[in-house]
Design a protein around this ligand. Structure first.
Ligand code: ADP
Ligand code: MG
Length: 633
């Protein structure tokens, strides 16, 4: 066996550094925390190459004396605790006097600092934990620390650093958290000499959110404020109204006792509070501050982890969920109380008119019957029903591709619709005489609630969600011949405003959209411009589409480009078909309804829309008979 050797001080320190810093964002966290501890009211960050080349922080805090400056980079050097007895305090805030020492061991660190009472600032050049140069220069009170070439002497770690964009994203996420939590501090962040965010001090979370997220979000914010008589539990902060949403959880921030924590359960609790108000896959934005008696919480002291453990997690989660729910409900009530009341009445009037507007009204189904059907349809859990009816749907599917059954059942069809327009009858006759493999024998009953197409087939009644079905049809069409889609040059190019971070993410991928008929160009820091679009997009806003693309790129950062491309393509197809598809509320002509039914039944994946919602729900003849107590055999 090899002889035991003691590692040199520097080697040991390099290893220890791994405990504190793994990536540029960890360094930023330590530095910003130090600046805040020093009472700074202005903090500026300058980054190069995602922080890999340079992280510089400039603050206007209390600064350090020359002696303290020299000591600050030594191990276990801290001004924040005196004795080991302060351990409880340490565990709360994580002071260990280790950060600067560790960082200096794995980088080239420059420190310039001046206390108010001193004339000159001390400037130290530190290379791998060694002070190599010391000078005195003129400078403002406060501290400037720059970290160059992180991990230049720890090749394994350097190798594991991610791309510039990924590292920058992690830093920006952290920056958001600091900014949200410290309203009274002005923050700025630059990357490669460009100002990314300028956030002057403010006195409310709402305007803070506006500074860093979309302007869109600022108008859609609700304030949270709730106190529990349990465990000193309190919640404050702000959340987005359901009108605003993202396709990722990147704008959900939770703080527990003033520390940003990443806890899946807590963000889930927020999302749960929105139940029924946001579609699946859509997420709110928010900054939530929870205070809880120290006794009931354990915030992991590991410097890199932002984990939190509660003694009674479920109580905390329920509390968050109910606070969110209450805020949303209050907002809803308030709106109803105001002008929307009028709209509300108008809307229901419109609905009344619309229901009379069935494309044709078969005698068998009077208004009441139809309403009941729709009601039952809505009240029942679609998913479950679909499951229950799988067998039935299977039968229908078989029936559609089996000529014998079709013709037989058409003959035996017991339900008669007297006022069917002639052209339908003719078309039906045509298809009876001309049965092909994918022909479907059905009778069109009509449209209800301007949302569902109802047809009668051999087995019973089939409801088709017009939007979901058309979406699926469009999706399949797009999938096969997207490149041939005609596109138009927009007379007035559409400006798309997104947040800077999202724009940065998108820029390298903009070419990709050309394949989809979308010519999008980079305009400025937070705007893109759409110049050409596929013709069927009907000048629908593409913000949503781009937002989805951002979350997709984010989630697949480390994947091969080709994989991202494929996934993006899939999403785009789904998204474009959704935008292009007819919507619920569109009144459909008989031709359109027939077209949808026929197209849908030709498709292999006909049972769900590209987002996974069901397109078809069938009510079997058996079930109808059961309802009327006719199945007494
Ligand atoms: P800790 O924060 O746990 O004390 P650090 O290694 O992060 O350990 O910092 C060491 C010491 O350096 C701090 O205790 C503080 O006295 C001093 N220090 C670090 N950064 C600053 C700053 N920006 N302004 C003033 N003092 C600082
Ligand atoms: Mg520190």
């Amino acid at each position: 066996m090899a002889k035991i050797k003691q590692l040199s001080q520097l080697e040991a320190q390099k290893i220890a550094a791994g405990e504190v810093v793994e990536r540029p964002a960890n360094v930023v966290k330590e530095l910003v925390e130090n600046s805040l501890d020093a009472g700074s009211t202005q903090i500026s960050l300058f980054l190069e190459d995602g922080g890999k080349k340079l992280i510089k922080i400039v603050d206007n805090g209390c600064g350090m004396s020359p002696e303290d400056a020299r000591l600050s980079i030594k191990q276990y050097a801290t001004s924040k605790i005196d004795k080991v007895d302060d351990l409880e305090w340490i565990s709360t805030f994580g002071f260990r006097g280790e950060a600067l020492a560790s960082i200096s061991a794995v980088s080239k660190l420059n420190l310039i600092t001046k206390e108010e009472t001193n004339q000159l600032a001390i400037a130290l050049e530190i290379n791998q934990a060694n002070i190599e140069k010391e000078t005195f220069i003129a400078s403002n009170t406060g501290t400037e620390i720059s970290i160059e070439d992180l991990f230049f002497n720890v090749i394994v770690r350097k190798k594991f650093l991610k791309s510039k964009d990924t590292e920058l994203r992690a830093i920006i996420q952290l920056f958001y958290a600091f900014v949200l939590q410290n309203l009274n501090v002005s923050f700025k962040i630059y990357h490669d000499n460009k100002l990314l965010y300028n956030c002057p001090a403010t006195n409310d979370t709402k305007s803070r959110i506006a500074q860093i997220f979309d302007a869109n979000l600022a108008q859609n914010i609700l304030i949270l404020d709730k106190i529990s008589d349990n465990m000193g539990l309190k919640i404050s902060g702000a959340i987005s109204k359901p009108e605003y949403f993202r396709y990722d959880k990147n704008q959900i921030f939770v703080f527990v006792n003033k520390r940003w924590v990443k806890n899946y359960k807590l963000s889930s609790a927020i999302i749960k509070g929105y139940q029924g108000m946001l579609q699946t896959d859509r997420y709110p934005a928010g900054a939530i501050f929870i205070t809880i008696d120290q006794k009931f919480v354990d915030i992991n002291i590991h410097p890199r982890k932002e984990e939190v453990q509660f003694l009674h997690p479920v109580v905390v989660e329920k509390f968050i969920e109910s606070a969110v729910k209450e805020a949303l409900e209050n907002n809803f009530d308030k709106n109803l109380g105001k002008n929307e009341n009028i709209n509300f009445i108008k809307k229901s009037e419109e609905n009344k008119l619309n229901t009379k507007n069935y494309n044709f009204e078969p005698k068998f189904y009077n208004q009441e019957n139809l309403n009941n059907f729709t009601k039952e349809f809505k009240e029942n859990n679609l998913e479950k029903k679909l499951e229950e009816n799988k067998n039935f749907i299977q039968i229908i599917e078989n029936a559609f591709s089996s000529p014998e059954i079709i013709s037989q059942d058409t003959k035996n069809s017991k339900i008669i619709f007297e006022n069917q327009p002639d052209d339908i009858n003719n078309k039906n006759k045509e298809s009876i005489t001309n049965i092909s493999q994918d022909a479907l024998e059905y009778t069109l009953i009509g449209q209800t609630k301007l949302t569902y197409i109802i047809i009668e087939t051999a087995e019973g009644l089939v409801f088709i969600d017009q939007h979901a079905a058309h979406e699926r049809i469009m999706y399949e069409k797009l999938k096969t011949n997207f490149k041939n889609v005609p596109r138009i040059k927009l007379l007035f190019p559409q400006i798309i405003t997104l947040n800077q971070n999202d724009i940065k993410t998108l820029i390298p991928y903009l070419v990709l959209f050309e394949d989809f008929g979308l010519i999008i160009e980079h305009l400025n820091l937070n705007q893109l411009v759409l110049k050409e679009a596929p013709i069927f997009l009907n000048s629908q806003p593409v913000e949503d589409l781009l937002a989805q693309a951002v979350s997709l790129i984010d989630q697949n950062q480390e994947s091969e480009l080709i994989l991202i491309q494929e996934k993006l393509q899939e999403k785009l197809h789904a998204q474009l078909s959704c935008k292009a598809a007819i919507r619920a509320g569109d009144q459909l002509s008989i031709e359109t309804m027939n077209q949808i039914v026929k197209d849908l039944y030709k498709i292999e994946n006909k049972l769900t829309c590209p987002h996974g919602r069901p397109t078809i729900w069938a009510l079997s003849e058996y079930e109808i008979e059961k309802k009327f107590k006719r199945n007494y055999k």
